[in-house]
Design a protein around this ligand. Structure first.
Ligand code: ADE
Length: 222
């Protein structure tokens, strides 16, 4: 898969996407990730990327020209163009799975008070929000999206099984996990996990996943 991120703050995306599994995914050629500075597509002396909103109002709006120039220079026939923005469609595990099937993602990061709507109307395939809160800019959101998508590409996780057991994959949150020591400060690991009985362990995990989901995310059970 190829991913191009377009942002005014490349460094915000760079660090989280260059460690651990994301680093290995790139070294192993599973993902070709490029992080670009949108200012590189400005043509004026001062590299201006924003302007005051028509109709008045607070804050600045990102200009369309550098974004169109950048996307049009990177876009191929199979590209899918995303805009990270709070009013976008909610990002979920299932959307991450759909996006991981694309050959090429272009991720545009919004900043300032917003982005000229002609970008959204004529250039973007999908607006995406990572949650119901507002960040200072879309670069953090882009790093979150890219991490979740790349993690699902074949060969990125150690065990092919492990993403199937994730929270959300089966519509429930993941069951609690334990490791050694079997007793810590007097708190014992549930007996069943030491039993070696795989059927009982699976049943216990299912019940724990249900309990956790009921407690933390009852909306998932509806
Ligand atoms: N930019 C600012 N806040 C955001 C959010 N919640 N999701 C995506 N992009 C954003």
């Amino acid at each position: 898969m190829k991913i191009d991120i377009l942002t005014l703050f490349p460094e915000i995306c760079r660090a989280p996407l260059s460690e651990s599994m994301m680093k290995r995914a790139q070294e192993n050629g599973i993902v070709d990730l490029r992080i670009h500075n949108l200012r590189d597509w400005t043509t004026d002396k001062h590299h201006v990327v924003d302007d005051a909103p028509f109709g008045g109002g607070q804050g600045m709006v990102m200009k369309p020209e550098p974004i169109f120039a950048a996307v049009e220079s990177l876009r191929k026939e199979n590209s899918f163009v995303i805009l990270m923005t709070p009013p976008g469609k909610s990002f979920t595990q299932s959307l991450a799975g759909n996006l991981s099937k694309h050959e090429h993602l272009i991720v545009v990061c919004g900043h300032y008070e917003g982005i000229d709507h002609r970008v959204t109307e004529h250039l973007i395939d999908m607006e995406i929000s990572i949650g119901d809160y507002v960040l200072t800019n879309g670069a953090i959101a882009a790093a979150v999206l890219v991490d979740a998508v790349v993690r699902l590409l074949p060969g990125v996780l150690g065990h092919e099984q492990s993403s199937a057991d994730d929270s959300f994959s089966a519509g429930l949150l993941e069951a609690a996990q334990y490791t050694r020591p079997a007793e810590f400060r007097g708190w014992k690991v549930p007996e069943v996990l030491l039993s070696g009985n795989h059927a009982e362990i699976a049943a216990w995990r299912k019940e724990q996943a249900l309990r956790r989901t009921r407690e933390n995310r009852p909306d998932l059970l509806k």
